[in-house]
Structures are given as C-alpha cells and as structure tokens.
Design a protein around this ligand. Structure first.
Ligand code: FAD
Length: 369
C-alpha cells in the first residue's frame, strides 16, 4: 500500500515506522523545515535545546517504555520543578518541602491541619469556577501563591472565569518528595528527542519531504495515495466548515547566556501574575553532562491566544469545543481513506507515551492484528 503521512511528529513517525516494517511504501510530508514535531530538540554548543517547550518522557506503561527505548537511551532525569512567586522559592508539586517553606510546619499532620482550615467547604454544591475548585482542594495560601497567577497566564483568563474542570485534582503530597510524576518510568533521551524520530523514519520504504504543507496540494494527495494518516488540524482539514476549534498558543524566547548556571534547575515556574511568562527552562539541566561551564541556554515560555497562522499547542477541551469536535469527527466517516491521529487530528492533549500508545493502536487496527 502507498501511505501518505501528514506530519513528522511522534504519532506520524510511529505509524510510518510500523507500516514500513510491514512492507508498505510511505511518504511523510512535514510543513516545518524539520522532522520530530513538537518533541524536536536541536543541539547548540553541546546542549540539547527543547525547541517547543520542556519535554519529559514519563509513563507507567512498561510496553511503551520498552518501545521508546529501542530508539534512544534515557537518562534518570526526575522532574522536580520549582516555583518562583515574587522571589519566594517553593518546591513543586506541593509537598512537605513546599509546606515547610510556606508555613514552617514539619509534620504531615501539621500541614494537613492548615490545609483543612483554609479549604472552602462546598458541601453538595459543585464548584462554580476554577478558583472555587482550587480553594476547595488546597486552600487559600497554595492557591494564591502557586496556582492563581500561573493558571490565569496559561489560559489568558481570570480564574473566576475559567471552568472548574481544568483542575480536576490537585494532589497534595504529605511526603518530602519533589518528583513531579508518579509514573514508574521517567527520563530524557541522552542526545535529545530528534534522534528517536530520525531512527523511526530511517527506512528504505520511507521518503521524507519537509517544508511541504498538505493543504497546498490536498486534492492531489487525496487522489494519489491509498491511505493518508493525517496529524494536522482536523477543523482545517474540513475547511473550518463548522467554525474553528479553540486552541492555546505559545511563544518561546530562547537566550544563550555566557554563564554556566542561570537558575540551577531545568524548570522554574513563575507563579505570580506580573511576570509575563509562565516558566523558564534551562536546557542543560535535562541532561547530566555539564561539560559547558561558560554557557547556558534558557527559554522563556509565553502563553498566547491562538488565531489562524499561529501554532496551535493546546486544544481547549471545553463543552463548546468538544461538541464542535464531535461534529468534525462525524465527517471523518466520509473520507474513508484518511486516518486522523495525534493531538491535532484527534483534538486531544496527549503526553508522549499516550501518543505512542494511540499510534500503535491505530497500527494494529489498520493491519488487522
Ligand atoms: P506534533 O508533534 O504536533 O506533530 C504533528 C506534526 O504535523 C507537526 O510537526 C506539524 O508541523 C505537522 N503538520 C501539521 N499540519 C500539517 C500540514 N498541513 N502539512 C504538513 N505537516 C503538518 N508530553 C510529554 O509526555 N511530556 C512532556 O513533558 C510534554 N511537554 C509538552 C510541552 C509543550 C509546550 C507541549 C505543547 C506539549 C508537550 N507534551 C509533552 C506533549 C507532546 O508534545 C505530544 O504528545 C506530542 O508531540 C504529540 O505528537 P503528535 O505527532 O500528535 O503532534
């Protein structure tokens, strides 16, 4: 079969790799000038720079962990971000280190007592908005210092105008454990993420064309391939005929600095509402090779509204958008030779492990296994 894969991100590349292994002929088109989608990393002076934001691989699924380890060796990076609230530094996720710094408490019971005292009690009532939801889960201090400003910047709206569902759970850890993720497996590929995609696409049956946008020749592609795997925007595929789905965008400002260590940690979240960016990542701390003592590279992340022409990073899965997506999803039945996949094709936020899992499920359906 002749397959066209639209998008050289993780979803498209897993599918291409698996389909090529099964003897199919694959053309991958990618509108950017490089492969790897949002997991793209680029080496600058020995530092692997995450060009589209911090990417930490984590999963509890051993099969997916083994699968991705075919393509790279992973280091033992453990995500332990810190929060900077107007110069006050706190550990994340909220844990006993955070509570000790905030209230000088030493025992889990002392921390629990303070949180319980500060939590608003909703009784049987559902939280009316994100602010009420957060206050009912963690109380005033944590909300004001570590949640409110960050979340409002992220979504470009006041917490009182945001739906409660954005924060379903706020895990409060009553242990001295700064490991952000609970997953069994976690790490960063030594040498960056791009090599993973390079290895997936390195096959005689796979041809790659970058700087090539599907929408420049949509009809040609639809007519000339047996099957298309489309990982671009589903609303655009259908000419936005029901209207645009909502997304959040981001812009990244990367700076090369002539010092060895800028912030001492890979990820620092700015949780106040005055600083315009949400976080700074210092790329060298994702890897343990600190061979470059006189240089570091940092990236500031600015959340932005999305409009046509900007990169859509996060789908906004509120009721309106989910209903709209459902209408587009119905249309996919009319284009039987197109498989929609990935975060834009399925309009869903996926972590990397989930996207690999979804791509493998698609492979199994496609090849009847
Ligand atoms: P993408 O990587 O977006 O790939 C889709 C590709 O299709 C893109 O390269 C795009 O240019 C191309 N394309 C789109 N339209 C067209 C077109 N018309 N023609 C040709 N090509 C097209 N996950 C984690 O597990 N851990 C993390 O720490 C993490 N951090 C993240 C941080 C940020 C800021 C973001 C935005 C995401 C993060 N993720 C993280 C999620 C991770 O990026 C995704 O799971 C993964 O990249 C999704 O892969 P994909 O193939 O679906 O999409």
């Amino acid at each position: 079969m002749k397959y066209l894969i639209v998008g050289a991100g993780l979803f498209g590349s897993v599918f291409a790799f698996e389909a090529a292994k099964r003897g199919n002929h694959i053309t991958v088109i990618e509108k950017r000038n490089h492969i790897a989608g949002n997991i793209y990393t680029k080496e600058i002076d020995g530092i692997q720079v995450h060009q589209y934001g911090a990417h930490i691989f984590h999963t509890s699924n051993k099969k997916i962990w083994d699968y991705v380890n075919q393509f790279a060796d992973f280091n033992r990076y453990t995500n332990s971000p810190i929060a900077n609230y107007n110069g006050e530094i706190y550990n994340l996720p909220f844990n006993m280190n955070t509570f000790n710094k905030m209230w000088k408490v030493k025992t889990p019971q002392e921390a629990k007592n303070i949180i319980d005292k500060q939590r608003i009690k909703l009784g049987d009532r559902k939280p009316a908005n994100l602010e009420e939801q957060a206050l009912s889960l963690v109380g005033r201090d944590i909300y004001e210092k570590l949640i409110k400003g960050y979340t409002e910047k992220q979504w470009g709206k006041k917490a009182t105008e945001l739906p409660a569902f954005i924060i379903r759970r706020l895990p409060v850890r009553l242990t001295y454990n700064n490991n952000y993720f609970n997953d069994a497996y976690q790490g960063i590929p030594i040498g960056g993420y791009t090599q993973i995609i390079e290895k997936m696409l390195n096959h005689d049956n796979i041809e790659i064309k970058t700087n090539t946008d599907f929408f420049d020749n949509k009809n040609y592609y639809l007519q000339n391939y047996d099957k298309i795997v489309f990982t671009g925007m589903i609303d655009k595929f259908f000419d936005y005929q029901f209207g645009e789905l909502g997304y959040r965008s981001l812009s990244f400002q990367t700076e090369e600095l002539g010092i060895g260590n800028y912030q001492g940690n890979a990820v620092v979240n700015y949780t106040d509402d005055k600083t315009p960016f949400t976080r700074i990542i210092e790329h060298k701390f994702f890897e343990f090779d600190q061979s470059n003592p006189d240089k570091t590279i940092i990236t500031k992340e600015y959340p932005e509204d999305w409009y046509r022409g900007r990169e859509p990073y996060y789908p906004i899965n509120d009721v309106r958008n989910n209903q709209l997506y459902a209408r587009y999803a119905k249309l996919t039945k009319k284009v039987a030779n197109v498989i929609f996949g990935g975060r834009l094709g399925l309009y869903r936020y996926f972590n990397m492990d989930q996207v690999i899992s979804a791509a493998l499920a698609t492979v199994h359906t496609e090849f009847g296994e």
